[in-house]
Write a protein that binds this ligand. Structure first.
Ligand SMILES: C[S@@+](CC[C@H](N)C(=O)[O-])C[C@H]1O[C@@H](n2cnc3c(N)ncnc32)[C@H](O)[C@@H]1O
Length: 506
């Protein structure tokens, strides 16, 4: 994979793609292998970055292909036409007038999403960097029209790039390919699930490059990835790449590959890449197909929420309320609530909840069955820098900054203790695995978001390695230790977790 100098971003809202990134996208799209007579679609060409890239890549062969590009902004389209005409002259060897006429035909001023081209055109390749715009930022009429015209691609709180890629993919014929620069939300957002389904079924993903940390677009707060796919793809692996900026230049390298099945099996079919660091990468690869997952042995559940302002103050108290329904509560503090649970240790701040279910029902805010809080259970933080959980032997009620987790019947049958599961969940290994697989939405601040489905996907070693009294001893000792002894116990637990997974010691 190559490298080239970065160009600077242009008008606000229009983030044009630097040539180095264009070349990488065209490389993943296999553009160099296009046959004479091929047809290429660029649904939102801006000032023509991809048209120029095609000229660089195909040179004289471009004269024997057809390129169709859309651009809604007439002045950007005019710039694209002029630049493409020059490239057709200089790179593809066309005469000046022929080049100008061809560029004029190639760049259409108009709305790609109103073009209906997907019903007519059978393209061999679709490439580009479509506009990114969240539905909540769109004028109401625009959002409604998009939902009406592109139903399959506009579910939930969608983003404009989804119908762009969906429709461009529909315009590509059998054996055709696509490659796009997209926000990394495509990998994880619920609203992009329709695209992920497409890329795991009818139009298999072939490559995924992470540019989240490359600052490829200096002016934009977007964290891009490159997604490439081929309709006729028969291999089951996806090439994973990494784009990084070094000394003002964007470099790309392949860090490995992942089986497409890893995305098919992931909750909500999220896409992920491989970490750059070698040991972590080897660990993530080793944990791709584990014998068990946490969701099989732990039932993880959502806890108490207050849906209306003011309700919280009528149920939560800094000391025991005079009520037969009083329960000690974790997670009550407004901002610091999740400090109540440290790794391996519960630090109750003395808060209580009046767990009066009939009063709450009358208030329109039903509370879950209090058996949800029975001990023993694991209490798991929902937002934290790393997976953080503790064993609760008291039976605290929990507010929704925490999940309640009880052993499943399978865990009991297999004789796996909560302490062993806690050790795995709190380990560095699982932290690094989680950050690699579900860290895509987190870039600033480093906070991870833990969802029930994601936690359920945490890999586990074979159950026989999670039995026995030593887990209990280690975890109990760790929950009472602090400072250097706690660090020593962490190291012992880490070694035990790695051994259970049969991984080399770090
Ligand atoms: C992120 S920019 C990328 C431009 C170009 N593909 C590149 O990589 O440099 C997206 C472009 O889409 C254009 N655009 C926005 N909505 C469009 C639509 N409905 N149809 C066609 N172009 C559109 C914008 O004007 C902008 O130039």
């Amino acid at each position: 994979m190559g490298s080239a100098p970065l160009s600077s971003p242009l008008a606000p809202g229009q983030h044009f793609t630097p040539p180095a990134l264009v070349d990488h996208v065209l490389h993943l799209a296999g553009a160099a292998a296009l046959a004479d007579g091929s047809r290429v679609l660029e649904p939102a060409c801006g000032e023509g970055a991809f048209l120029l890239g095609l000229a660089r890549c195909l040179r004289r062969r471009l004269a024997h292909m057809e390129v169709l590009a859309f651009e809604i902004d007439p002045s950007a389209a005019e710039t694209a036409r002029r630049a493409f005409a020059r490239a057709l002259e200089e790179e593809a060897g066309l005469g000046r007038r022929a080049a100008a006429a061809r560029a004029r035909r190639s760049v259409v001023v108009g709305d790609f999403l109103a073009s209906g081209i997907w019903d007519e055109g059978r393209f061999d390749l679709a490439v580009g960097n479509p506009p990114f715009l969240e539905a909540k930022q769109m004028p109401k009429a625009m959002k409604a029209a998009l939902r009406r015209e592109h139903e399959r691609w506009t579910r939930g709180a969608f983003d404009l790039f989804v119908p762009f890629v969906g429709r461009a993919a529909e315009a590509v014929g059998a054996e055709g390919r696509l490659a796009f620069v997209l926000p990394n939300k495509v990998c994880i957002a619920r609203y992009a699930r329709s695209l992920r389904d497409l890329l795991l079924e009818a139009f298999p993903l072939t490559a995924l490059t992470d540019l989240s940390h490359s600052r490829a677009f200096e002016a934009a707060s977007v964290y891009p990835v490159v997604v490439a796919a081929a309709r006729g793809e028969t291999t089951n692996r996806v090439a994973i790449g990494l784009g990084q900026r070094q000394g003002g230049t964007l470099h790309f390298r392949r860090v490995g590959s992942l089986p497409r099945a890893a995305f098919q099996d992931a909750p909500d079919r999220v896409f992920f890449t491989l970490p750059e660091e070698e040991t972590t990468r080897a660990d993530v690869e080793a944990l791709l197909d584990p014998p068990l997952r946490l969701g099989e042995l732990l039932r993880i559940r959502w806890t108490v929420s207050f849906h209306r302002a003011g309700l919280r103050d009528r149920y939560l108290f800094p000391r025991r309320p005079d009520s037969p329904h009083a329960l000690p509560l974790l997670g009550a503090g407004r901002y610091q609530g999740n400090r109540d649970v440290e790794r391996y240790r519960i630090a109750w701040r003395g808060w209580w909840i009046d767990y009066d279910q009939s009063r709450a029902r009358a208030d329109g805010n039903p509370l879950p069955d209090p058996r949800l809080f029975r001990a023993p259970k694991l209490v798991i933080c929902q937002n934290a820098l790393r997976p953080r959980a503790a064993l609760d032997t008291v039976g605290y009620a929990l507010k929704d900054t925490f999940f309640a987790a009880h052993p499943t019947p399978a865990a009991r049958r297999l004789g796996v203790s909560l302490e062993a599961l806690l050790a795995v969940l709190n380990s560095d290994l699982v932290h690094r695995w989680y950050r690699s697989v579900f860290g895509m939405t987190q870039v600033r601040g480093g906070y991870l978001h833990f969802l029930v489905g994601y936690l359920g996907h945490v890999p586990l070693p074979p159950p026989q390695r999670l039995r026995g009294p030593s887990w209990r001893r280690l975890v109990r000792a760790r929950s009472e230790a602090s400072g250097a002894p706690a660090e020593r116990l962490d190291a012992r637990i880490e070694a035990a977790v790695r051994e259970a997974f049969n991984l080399p010691q770090g």
